[in-house]
Design a protein around this ligand. Structure first.
Ligand code: ZN
Ligand code: ZN
Length: 247
């Protein structure tokens, strides 16, 4: 039975090239209002309960608490259960920590791979039923960017996560509704799995006509390549009537 960590990045979005200059590598988004962390906003605060969700301000954290509380306590309790369990001297808690770092370092790559794997440009309705599952192998490397390699990728039903975990299902539904209210198509789920640990990365996806990313069939090879080489500088390619963009 896999343990679900419902964690960051929470409110990632696909930006059209016109707004992409706001986006910096490693940026973080407030889970309430969607503001991106920049030098001007100051450092975002992390929820002390789950250490996973982030906010731009105390006001945004307070405003979100009623809807965040259940999944927050759930994440915190699975984390403390993971402390007890160790594999070859490394506790699941530490592997979970490395997985979070992996997910945030490769946020652009993982979002893009999910978008391509689910073929959301051609078939936006796939976002409702399907999820991308990325299986990782852990290796105890001192290089923090080389602790995981890609073992395989699979398209799975969204119920892979939501079916066994009503709290996570409710949180994803809240994101779906938020995405649709702002003209998006819903929440793409990218599930990063390592052994018994699951990290769920929900990505709220803009309307397909606002997404200029090229359709790519080689997403799995690209994913393998960037993860294996420890590269975190991935940029999606967009071809528009005005030219080709990386970013
Ligand atoms: Zn905020
Ligand atoms: Zn929390």
């Amino acid at each position: 039975m896999a343990t679900a960590y419902h964690t960051q990045p929470a409110a990632a979005n696909y930006y059209s090239p016109s707004s992409s200059h706001h986006k910096e590598r490693g940026y973080r988004l407030c889970d309430t209002c969607g503001t991106a962390e920049t030098p001007a906003t100051g450092r975002f605060r992390l929820c002390g309960g789950c250490m996973a969700t982030q906010y731009c301000s105390q006001d945004c954290q307070r405003a979100d608490w009623a809807s965040h509380k259940a999944v927050c306590q759930h994440t915190a309790s699975t984390m403390s259960a993971a402390k007890q369990h160790t594999v070859s001297g490394i506790s699941d808690e530490n592997i979970a920590k490395y997985l979070r770092k992996f997910t945030s370092s490769h946020q652009d790559l993982l979002s893009w791979a999910g978008f391509q794997a689910l073929q959301l440009k051609r078939c936006p309705a796939n976002v409702r039923q399907q999820a991308l599952l990325i299986e990782l192998n852990f290796q105890n490397s001192s290089d923090s960017m080389r602790r995981f390699t890609v073992k395989g990728t699979h398209i799975v039903p969204k119920t892979y996560v939501t079916g066994s975990d009503p709290l996570v299902a409710a949180d994803i539904q809240r994101r779906d509704e938020r995405s649709r209210r702002s003209g998006g198509i819903g929440t793409a789920l990218i599930i990063i799995q390592c052994g018994a640990l699951n990290q769920v990365m929900p990505v709220e996806v803009d309307a397909p006509n606002k997404i200029s990313w090229d359709d790519r069939n080689d997403w799995a090879e690209v994913l393998h390549h960037f993860v294996h080489s420890g590269r975190t500088d991935f940029k999606p390619i967009s071809t528009t009537p005005r030219g080709t963009y990386y970013g």
